[in-house]
Design a protein around this ligand. Structure first.
Ligand SMILES: [Fe+2]
Length: 180
């Protein structure tokens, strides 16, 4: 579906990894609210539940923004306001992604000051845990690229914007804006 940048083989395996997070969550639903209410669970279970919740939320976002599509005017204007230009935003995203060590993600989020910000998270941490609203992300776990790129993570990162559907990213941003 996203060949040649990500093979179907990788996407199929990646989907199985996502499914295993869902399986581990079992009957738990409404993941976003569960992140906020994690204190309701026994303390010894919280880490494990949060890991699986993050795994579900982070993959749902990542899979949902892949494809081809253009930015809406509203989202593009916000990108220009907060980063200077679309190119500068992409440059900063790629630069930040290169700072990820081990397993993690690079996210575009809306922060508490209502500004767009690019952040890295470790393992399956979700920005919701920090009160940040995720808009798009890049999966930088080895399972996301190793079969296609082996140790050349840089090329995987550089190719990312060839398979981002910015119309979907725009919609996510606009929905967050409407519900602020
Ligand atoms: Fe992943």
């Amino acid at each position: 579906m996203y060949e040649p940048y990500i093979t179907d083989f990788t996407m199929n395996i990646h989907n199985k990894i996502y499914q295993s997070y869902l399986d581990k969550l079992g009957n738990l639903k409404d993941y976003k609210n569960l992140v906020k209410n994690i204190d309701d669970f026994p303390i010894n279970e919280r880490g494990n539940i949060l890991f699986n919740l993050g795994g579900a939320l982070n993959h749902e976002l990542f899979f949902s923004i892949l494809g081809q599509g253009e930015m809406s005017e509203l989202f593009k204007n916000k990108i220009i306001e907060d980063f200077g230009s679309v190119d500068k935003f992409k440059e900063e995203f790629i630069k930040t992604a290169n700072y990820v060590v081990g397993s993690g993600y690079t996210f575009l989020v809306l922060n508490n000051d209502k500004k767009l910000e690019i952040i890295n998270t470790s393992n399956e941490d979700t920005p919701y845990s920090y009160g940040l609203k995720p808009i798009m992300n890049l999966d930088l776990w080895e399972h996301a690229y190793f079969l296609d790129y082996q140790n050349n993570r840089q090329e995987y990162i550089n190719n990312f914007f060839s398979i981002v559907d910015f119309s979907k990213v725009s919609k996510i941003y606009e929905e967050i804006q409407e519900n602020l």
